[in-house]
Design a protein. Structure first.
Length: 732
């Protein structure tokens, strides 16, 4: 089974899906055959990511990066998706998903695909190691080292590693130790004499303690793994003992540990408790090195309470491939993408240094990260708000932010400068809970009014709101985006945002924050924004139906959606209906997609593409032709049931016609590109486009970098500044 396959259909089912058969029957849009499995389509996305690691057009160290990303993604997949499916199996859930698969069937299918990915990763890892060797970046095992290098590593072990290690015996006197989530462990077998009793020990390989996973030997780019150094210095840990074997293993635990909000009086305490639960959660995967003996493998599976047949994965190559990020960071610019420096937004480089004066003049500014600087737009917006004496109020939703966040610093500065600051922190942002708890406590100590959103709903919206006393009275300003307030991801994710002082949008945002900070009156009078869970899904379905009606009246219908995922059945059904009515539908879906395009009588008017490249595609854009009165929307919501029904999301209309041109440019580049685009087939598989001679050979993201730089260069103020600098150089 490939990562794009769905469960095999019978010959009769396959025959029933031929175009001729489909076109001669009335289709039941609730039939599971029209819906692809969410988990398998997400794994298929990772095959596309891994393909970037294979592509010789990608710089070598960036290819290593994509291997590491897939490793990290698979860890998260087992923690979240497999963990959730195992809980369903344990609870006896017999309800099939919309694609007709039961929980255990999904697990079995996912395991087959995951095994394939592991094999492909290993093959690619070997290939990349060989290429890195040619570039002077080498990996070695201990036996490859010279005598001098072994002495160097022995000294390093004694000074930097030995004090960190705690061997734990595994025998009747020593209960099997707790194995923490995603930790690397060494299982050793030792004895006092060659033929005496063998003792098993577990050594946890410490991480996050200042010792890298890949240790540099000498002054050049020669690397050996942390665990290889430990394994070859075991005599220090077990003096006088004979070491019979050593092998690495790793466990993955279930991350689905949320509790219902009403079960806890204090939401903060509940999340902290859930984090502790996750540490001790059920194991969903055991990864073992290939050299581990079958006896030891079986013993580990039995002690950990998992199925040796189903839940043990032999991990070819190094375990924890996400650690290859360390190799990606090697300073060899010739093996990386060309340095990209986000440029300033041309509308924000006005001669007036006050951003609020600029916004009052511009009205609406569309931001596109990482092509345009997050620092000189969003962070500047908050920084100036924190110090501007006329700013009275700052409100913000916070889902994820960086470990060294300037955003938090500016919010604290604002509070210390006497401004009223309110922040809605989402404590249940997966894998960022502990960071968000830390920031929430720091902000509360600074006098910021911190709330945790609405019980039962994740606050996933990306909104900042500022109230300022301008010359003509109180004026409100807002930022609504598709990406998190995180400076790091703003350089790695492709996102869109809107800075605006539109009075109607700002009034809507006022209503939104009143709802978020009280939890009351969810049905409010929003005039422009489309929030979930109460309005967004209904509005999208209504607009799809409107497009169908307009098309029937002779006005050609056209819908274009860009989203990370399309999982919601109702939206998928509505798009099928639109296609059946003749409406053209273009979908740019990064990863999971339930919809099957190109089926005659069902979806022949729908195309689905996926874009994989240097930056993670993360923006959401919704376009409706609307009989010529075009509508564009951007926002935080993906087309998933959870986003549309169980999260607080905000989607905002982009009404400025000049900004329509910007969004049209983005959509057109992504839909027509021949280098970065994968076209989805009706069976769920993907085919990558290949540029021909004469086609633009650039990726989507290279084109968008160039367009951003050209916009800035064409700006009158940028030209003026450039001329001033040129004149100064001449005078000097």
């Amino acid at each position: 089974m490939t990562s794009n396959d769905q469960p095999k259909k019978t010959a009769a089912e396959a025959a029933a899906q031929t175009p001729e058969a489909v076109s001669t029957r009335i289709l039941d849009l609730d039939n599971h055959e029209w819906y692809l499995n969410r988990e398998l389509t997400w794994l298929a996305f990772n095959k596309r990511v891994l393909n970037e690691g294979r592509d010789p057009r990608v710089p070598l160290l960036e290819r290593v990066f994509f291997v590491a990303v897939v490793g990290s993604n698979l860890d998260e997949f087992f923690m979240k998706r497999i963990g959730g499916l195992k809980q369903q199996v344990g609870a006896g859930v017999k309800k099939a998903t919309v694609d007709g698969m039961l929980p255990q069937e999904q697990i079995d299918a996912c395991y087959a695909v995951a095994q394939e990915l592991l094999i492909e990763q290993r093959v690619l890892e070997k290939e990349l190691r060989a290429l890195l060797t040619k570039e002077g970046i080498r990996f070695c095992v201990y036996s490859d080292l010279t005598a001098a290098q072994k002495r160097e590593m022995a000294a390093y072990f004694k000074k930097e590693i030995y004090p960190l290690l705690t061997p734990q015996g595994i025998d009747p006197a020593h209960p099997f130790p707790f194995i923490s989530n995603l930790s690397l462990n060494l299982l050793t077998a030792v004895s006092e004499e060659a033929d005496s009793q063998v003792y098993l020990n577990r050594i946890k390989i410490p991480t996050g303690v200042g010792v890298p996973r890949f240790i540099k030997v000498g002054g050049k780019h020669l690397y050996i793994t942390f665990e290889e150094v430990i394994a070859n210095n075991l005599a220090e840990l077990f003096p006088g003992m004979i070491v019979h074997s050593h092998s690495v293993f790793r466990v993955t635990r279930n991350a689905i540990t949320e509790r219902m909000g009403e079960q806890a009086n204090d939401l903060l305490a509940m999340i902290e408790s859930a984090l502790r639960d996750r540490k001790f959660a059920d194991i969903v995967r055991l990864q073992v090195a290939g050299e581990m003996s079958p006896v030891h493998r079986g013993m580990l599976a039995a002690e950990l309470g998992i199925s040796e047949k189903d839940d043990v994965f032999e991990a070819p190559g190094i375990l924890a491939k996400r650690d290859l990020m360390e190799i990606w960071k090697i300073d060899r610019q010739d093996l990386h993408y060309p340095i990209h420096q986000p440029c300033d937004h041309p509308q924000l480089i006005a001669e007036d240094p006050n951003i609020f004066h600029v916004l009052r003049h511009q009205k609406n500014v569309l931001l596109q990260h990482p092509y345009e600087s997050f620092d000189s737009s969003v962070e500047r917006f908050l920084k100036e708000a924190s110090t501007d004496p006329k700013v009275l109020v700052i409100k913000m939703t916070l889902y994820r932010t960086g470990s060294e966040s300037r955003i938090i610093r500016y919010l604290i500065d604002a509070a210390q400068n006497g401004k009223q600051v309110a922040v809605v922190v989402e404590l249940m942002a997966r894998f960022d809970e502990s960071a968000n708890i830390k920031w929430a406590e720091a902000m509360e100590e600074a006098g910021i009014h911190v709330t945790y959103g609405v019980i039962g709903l994740k606050t996933h919206s990306k909104v900042t709101f500022v109230v300022r006393r301008d010359y003509n009275g109180l004026q409100r300003y807002a930022h609504i985006g598709t990406g998190n307030y995180h400076a790091g991801t703003a350089r790695q994710y492709s996102d869109i945002g809107l800075l605006t002082c539109d009075p109607v949008i700002c009034n809507d945002i006022t209503e939104l924050f009143n709802y978020l900070t009280t939890g009351y009156a969810p049905v409010r009078k929003y005039q422009k924004i489309l929030p979930s869970p109460n309005m967004l899904k209904k509005a999208l379905l209504k607009k799809i139906d409107r497009e169908i009606e307009l098309h029937a009246s002779g006005k050609a219908g056209h819908i274009q959606f860009k989203s990370n995922a399309l999982e919601d059945k109702d939206i998928t059904k509505a798009l099928y209906r639109a296609s059946q009515a003749g409406v053209k539908v273009d979908l740019i879906i990064r990863d999971s997609c339930r919809l099957r395009p190109g089926i005659t009588g069902l979806s022949e008017n729908i195309s689905v593409v996926s874009i994989v490249g240097r930056f993670l595609e993360h923006s959401r854009i919704f376009y409706f032709k609307n009989g010529g009165d075009e509508e564009y929307f951007i926002g935080s919501a993906d087309l998933m049931k959870r986003n549309l029904e169980a999260r607080v999301e905000v989607v905002v209309p982009i009404e400025d016609k000049n900004l329509h041109l910007r969004l049209r440019e983005i959509l057109d580049v992504q839909l027509t590109n021949k280098r970065s685009v994968w076209e989805m087939q009706s069976d769920g598989s993907y085919v990558q486009r290949r540029p021909k001679a004469g086609d633009d050979q650039r990726t989507v993201q290279e084109i968008l970098i160039d367009l951003a730089e050209k916009r800035l260069a064409a700006s009158p103020l940028a030209k003026k500044k450039k001329n001033k600098k040129g004149g100064a150089r001449k005078r000097n």
